[in-house]
Design a protein around this ligand. Structure first.
Ligand SMILES: Cc1cc2nc3c(=O)[nH]c(=O)nc-3n(C[C@H](O)[C@H](O)[C@H](O)COP(=O)(O)O)c2cc1C
Length: 350
């Protein structure tokens, strides 16, 4: 057994949230895996204008306060998305609020955007300027905000120049009413004000990519509407998806009825289906990033074949530890080549 699989097993003897804190602490101390292996060139991809040397990203929620992006890049991720950050610090929901569903290889969380706020997040990103590696900033609204759109605008302004891309998160199920921002008129208001701010900040320079992260609990008409609006307002990619409020019948774990968002293996099928629906609606006019239940190279490949140009994962790390990313990289490269594709782009939507 490797040191990392041993450490992962040890951390899993703790309750879920203290285990996560311990993992972040260990990573901050330099105890994470470090790979010197360059990704197979077949894994290079371009998503929403971002050039990645491998398409496997760390999904937000793992590093909400931008404490360990470089440690996670060193572990082999092609990009790391920090956040969700809100303008003001927030304690989130009462604990316990994070549950392992081990028998289902799943997680339920109702964290509620616990985070240290924009100021500390910004300082950490400032401190890492000049380091290599793609780091994105995912932002959301404070729970008690009077003007949620203003929260998104503020984060974009404050973080401008400090991240390689930005993600507008309107899909967490744990901030009451947040997902209502996915409705047509609310999206017009939000994306309109974001687009104005972006144009002002960009001037005549190239703008960093701007992504939108959506829920998997959407119907076809909403998928059409969101895709069209994302294009209208100049977004560069849609990230599909956040956690689901659905509870599939086959769940077996004791915590299956906890309130919150379900992620991990039981989310794979739904999020991949919704991804394919977005791909059909987009018809190549906007890029997609696939997230939800990825735990292997085969899972990542399925997202790519459903239309994603890059993928992200989080929950599988709870069960396999950060060493998993290298296994996925190797397996994905082998699969792409075995099918005769010369580049990852050829496999997208195939
Ligand atoms: C504990 C936890 C916290 C999360 N926090 C966030 C968050 O702050 N912002 C966000 O956009 N997604 C968040 N997510 C969702 C993940 O980024 C991802 O979309 C989802 O978990 C599906 O991927 P997975 O099955 O690989 O975990 C969180 C997920 C978990 C498990």
């Amino acid at each position: 057994m490797s040191f990392y699989s041993f450490a992962t097993k040890l951390v899993r003897t703790l309750p879920a949230e203290p285990a996560h804190r311990a993992t972040i602490k260990a990573l901050k101390t330099g105890l994470g895996p470090i790979t010197t292996q360059k990704p197979d060139p077949v894994l290079a991809t371009d998503v929403g204008g971002l050039k990645l040397d491998n398409p496997i990203g760390l999904a937000p929620g793992f590093d909400k306060d931008a404490e360990v992006p470089d440690a996670m890049l060193a572990a082999g991720f092609g990009f790391v998305e920090c956040g969700t950050v809100t303008p003001r610090p927030q304690i989130g929901n009462p604990k316990p609020r994070l549950f392992r569903l081990s028998e289902d290889k799943a997680v339920i969380n109702r964290m509620g955007f616990n985070n240290g706020g924009l100021e500390v997040f910004k300082k950490r990103l400032e401190r890492r300027q000049g380091k290599p590696g793609i780091v994105g900033a995912n932002f959301g609204a404070n729970k008690d905000s009077k003007d949620r759109v203003a929260d998104y605008v503020k984060s974009l302004r404050e973080l401008w120049g400090l991240a390689d891309y930005f993600t507008i998160n309107i899909s967490s199920p744990n901030t009451p009413g947040l997902r209502d921002l996915q409705a047509e008129s609310a999206m017009d208001d939000l994306l309109g004000r974001i687009a104005e701010t972006r144009a002002e900040l960009t001037g005549d320079q190239p703008s960093p990519p701007l992504f939108l992260k959506v829920a998997p609990d959407l119907i076809e008409s909403q998928i059409e509407q969101i895709t069209n609006q994302a294009r209208t307002y100049g977004l560069n990619a849609i990230i599909v998806s956040n956690t689901t409020i659905d509870r599939p019948d086959h769940l077996r774990s004791a915590h299956k009825s906890e309130v919150g968002g379900l992620s991990g293996a039981p989310l794979f099928e739904r999020s991949t289906r919704v991804l394919a629906e977005f791909a059909a609606a987009a018809d190549g006019r906007i890029d997609l990033i696939g997230v939800g239940g990825i735990a292997s190279g085969a899972d990542a490949y399925a997202k790519i074949r459903a239309g994603a140009k890059a993928v992200q994962l989080y929950s599988a790390l709870v069960y396999s530890g950060p060493g998993l990313v290298m296994d996925i990289r190797r397996d994905l490269a082998a699969r792409v080549k075995a099918d005769g594709f010369k580049t990852l782009a050829e496999a997208v939507g195939s």
